[in-house]
Design a protein around this ligand. Sequence first.
Ligand code: SF4
Length: 329
Amino acid sequence: MVNKEKKKALVLLSGGLDSTLAVKLIVDQGLDAEAVHFSTPFCNCDKCSVEKVGKDNGIKVHHLFQGQDFLNLLVDPPHGYGSNMNICIDCRIDMFKKAKLFAEEIGAEYFVTGEVVGQRPFSQRKAAMKLIEKEAGLEGKILRPLSAKLLEETDVEKDGIVDREALLGIQGRTRKPQIALAEELGVYDYPCPSGGCLLTDAQFSKKLRDYLDHEGTPNIPDMFLLRLGRHFRINGVKVVIGRDEKENRILTGLALRNGWAVLTVLDYMGPTTVFPELSEQVLDQAAAITVRYSDAPKETPVRLCLKHGESKELISKAMLVEEIENYRI
Ligand code: SF4
């Protein structure tokens, strides 16, 4: 028998299919809910799709940012990295701790997620889920409607506030049950499930690993720079080269704001190269790589301009493609 006492749920909403279905299952039980969407400096998330889920289900969506605390965890994550630089277990603990504080502000008493047992080998194993709950101080308070029947009863199920019978027992990596459920519930518009966290991307993870090895604790502006351009390390010095016009413009703006040196090819179209810390020892290689990515002829010397306070002209030929790989991060 379902207890009609209302308790507000705080749904952790990523905007993907699973958390969208979790919202729907809760709202369809007539339960009171608000949602929170977390983002980090590594998200490629689509805030509009999150807002749409809230609107479609008549619930308010809040946005919280995992900032410097989260970046500090990346240096030496207590629960380790996943297959790339993703620190999902520590990330989830941090997220739930922040959600817990936020829930107190809005009077929410339990939490709902779209997690599915066994869907992610690192953070969605039963043991990892229990550990995350315990470390966040939320044992018995996190309801996972898609897998609830495979998990211990939560407090709100025991109290009859949520009807366990109406919850599901989905597990594993296949998404077929969720896609079938989406059709059944009339959820047609959801983003691709591959998600948008750059920490799960192998190429980005290489850049972040290099950063941690050479530059130490990350900060938000540096993480923004990691998302832009081609990155090289020459004699220990970081060099960033724009990949298109938009990146060239952003890199030029960052260089102006931060007093970085900027290198460009004269006489031909080419990329913008910036040096967060300029060293004379890297100029020859950086100039040769910059010419390689420009429209200038590859066999003849080309003029470049280095601006760092004053302007200085350099001459360089394009670096061989194979040689470039020695410097690429
Ligand atoms: S994929 Fe990224 S955002 Fe998602 S839990 Fe892992 S570290 Fe956090």
